[in-house]
Design a protein around this ligand. Structure first.
Ligand SMILES: [Zn+2]
Length: 261
């Protein structure tokens, strides 16, 4: 089982931010709003109050107006016409993990840093806290989550959700924020594991999934066999129009790549 001792730096300095730093109380924006994207006509569009909107809309939008009224997009005939639009969305101050690589964090010309939200295991719904699922999580075997073991008395057992990574302007992060909000910093072993998780997560995007229809008759190999280091890589000919199906060794992680002729 993964422990805080191996996963975290016991004596983090508070001078520099590093990939894998877990920080508290960082504003985390959520899009789309609580109304889903396919119902865009009822999204809450915010416009300055009419008596404040005598100036051109572009000018008004440069300075955040403090009196806004919200209407459903279908009732705002010129919605989205001015480029930027204020909409109703949510933002919560919460724990996040820095995903950007340390070398990018050091480059001040990079205006945005990538973060992922961090959730407490104790807040998971009961079905997700079943013993077998917790075992997967505690072994860091859930490919889209990154496990963060507890530090007794200071940091609860948590995980970062890699599916919800977002960019945040770098001005949200400085030495003062670091001193006030750093919860844990990954050790070199933890950082290596984090980079592997990110690589696995992005790696999953390559290839045809089991349910996909084959676009061209050819020989295909399972890229998951390759990336997970299996001795034998599953390979088969798939006919055009057929579903790819799963690789016996990889199950629902299967991803097929066409073998060059
Ligand atoms: Zn495979």
């Amino acid at each position: 089982m993964i422990t805080a001792k191996e996963w975290y730096d016991p004596k983090p300095d508070f001078k520099n931010l590093y990939q894998g730093d877990v920080l508290a109380a960082i504003p985390f924006p959520s899009l789309p709003t609580f109304v889903s994207a396919e119902r865009e006509e009822v999204w809450g569009i915010l416009r300055p109050r009419p008596n404040r909107a005598q100036r051109p809309i572009g000018e008004v939008l440069r300075n955040l107006p403090n009196e806004l009224i919200g209407r459903a997009a279908k009732d705002v005939p010129d919605a989205w016409s001015s480029g930027d639009e204020y909409i109703i969305s949510t933002c919560r101050k919460m724990h996040v993990i820095l995903v950007s690589r340390s070398c990018d964090i050091d480059k001040h010309q990079r205006k945005h840093l990538l973060i992922a939200p961090v959730f407490q295991v104790s807040n998971l719904q009961e079905a997700q806290r079943a013993a077998d699922k917790l075992n997967y999580l505690r072994n860091n075997d859930i490919f889209h989550w990154f496990y963060l073991p507890p530090v007794i008395g200071s940091f609860p057992e948590s995980f970062a959700d890699l599916t919800q990574m977002v960019p945040l302007h770098r001005s949200f992060f400085n030495e003062e924020v670091l001193q006030k909000t750093l919860c844990v910093r990954l050790s070199s072993q933890g950082t290596f594991a984090f980079q592997k998780s990110l690589s696995d997560y992005y790696g999953m995007a390559f290839g045809f999934a089991a349910a996909d229809q084959c676009p061209q008759t050819a020989r295909y190999s399972c890229s998951s066999c390759f990336s997970s280091g299996k001795a034998t890589i599953t390979s088969r000919v798939v006919d055009e129009g057929r579903n790819f199906g799963t690789c016996d060794a990889c199950g629902d992680r299967t991803l097929w790549l066409k073998v060059p002729e």
